[in-house]
Design a protein around this ligand. Structure first.
Ligand code: AKG
Ligand code: FE2
Length: 353
């Protein structure tokens, strides 16, 4: 008990949630307790409505882009099957993630995030940089994977032996899939297939393996606080434990894990490029008492030095630009250093009129 009091008053002494969870306390430290209005309702019931599932092998291009367009407009989230990323590579990626988090804390800390800036590479737990924050019930390991000049496999775990090769292969394959999806999304807006990719420029890709340990009080905390992703498009690989929730019509919907699928969601930069035709949707992760959960998020973003604005082909006299142009790096810093203030970060970029 004395130990728990020490944790409660000094949460920063415990840097990783997995280590804390493995100590087996029945109550979580106050630093992880969300304000009442942010606490999740944990229920076993399956949401009646689920996000769309799109089979990428089954349709010809115009039909497929129409389906993608509908999913983007209605949900901003969808799952894709037969996406072209080899299923055995998905398995290998899950395997290296599980092997990494099964190592001792000491062995994992060899790969700890070294810098304190936004989205540092390595093994960490805190998302925001600012001191005052409710902590997430999550640890992660982040990898900078594209462009190749940002890729330093020697900074990634050396165990298991196939770790680095697997991340490289996964980076290349998910990049192909992200590009294909951006082309379909572009077409669904009535644009040439390359318009969104051209607006984003050379992509900056990060791959984050998220690990959510079991939690004795899942109704008091969140694995990952509500947020929209900041870049263009995110591909999420889940395991078989549910936890991802999407906000729609003032309700949180749980995304049912589908084996072999990617969950696709649009980020803030896509909302800007599409001139608000498509939204970046808020989502969060809940945790549970019994089973750890792992997910792999692959972010396809502009480089931090890229300015993003609404695609000119979408602007006409009666469709003026709804967002001002933003330097992607500034958009990212605004979130990591100040955090959510009750509204989406992107709202500060809306042109009043
Ligand atoms: O783990 C999940 O289900 C969500 C992860 C996520 O939203 C993120 O990493 O941005
Ligand atoms: Fe996210």
């Amino acid at each position: 008990m004395a130990d728990l009091e020490r944790i409660t008053s000094q949460p920063e002494a415990y840097e990783r949630v997995q280590d804390l969870a493995e100590k087996g306390f029945s109550e979580i430290p106050s630093a992880y307790i969300r304000p009442l209005e942010e606490r999740p309702t944990i229920s076993e019931s399956i949401a009646l409505q689920d996000i769309p599932v799109i089979d990428l092998s089954s349709e010809t291009s115009p039909d497929l882009s129409a389906k993608v367009g509908l999913a983007c407009r209605e949900w901003g989230f969808f799952q894709v099957l037969n996406h072209g990323v080899p299923l055995e590579l998905l398995e290998r990626m899950r395997h290296i993630g599980a092997q990494f988090f099964a190592m001792s804390l000491e062995d994992k800390l060899v790969y700890a995030c070294k810098d304190t800036g936004s989205a540092p590479e390595g093994y960490g737990s805190r998302m925001l940089v600012k001191e005052e924050q409710v902590l997430d019930w999550r640890d992660y390991i982040d990898h900078h994977t594209l462009p190749i000049t940002r890729r330093n496999p020697e900074r990634w775990p050396a165990h298991p032996p196939e770790y680095r090769k697997t991340v490289e292969e996964y980076s290349n394959e998910t990049n192909k899939l992200a590009r294909r999806l951006l082309q379909l999304i572009s077409e669904s807006l009535g644009l040439e297939p390359s318009v969104i990719e051209d607006a984003i420029g050379e992509p900056s890709q990060n791959i984050t393996i998220n690990y959510y340990p079991p939690c004795p009080q899942p109704h008091l905390t969140l694995g990952l606080q509500a947020h929209s992703d900041m870049g263009a498009i995110t591909l999420l690989l889940q395991d078989d434990v549910a936890g991802l929730q999407v906000y729609k019509d003032h309700e949180w919907f749980t995304v049912q894990p589908l084996p072999d699928a990617f969950v696709v969601n649009l980020g803030d930069m896509l909302q800007i490029v599409s001139n608000d035709k498509y939204k970046s949707v808020e989502h969060r992760a809940v945790v549970n008492r019994d089973r750890p959960r792992m997910s792999v998020a692959t972010f396809y973003d502009p480089s931090k030095s890229r300015y993003i604005s609404p695609a000119s082909a979408l602007l006409e006299n009666n469709h003026p630009a709804l967002f001002r142009s933003v330097l992607f790096g500034e958009h990212v810093s605004a979130w990591y250093y100040t955090g959510p203030d009750g509204k989406k970060n992107i709202e500060s970029l809306v042109i009043e009129g």
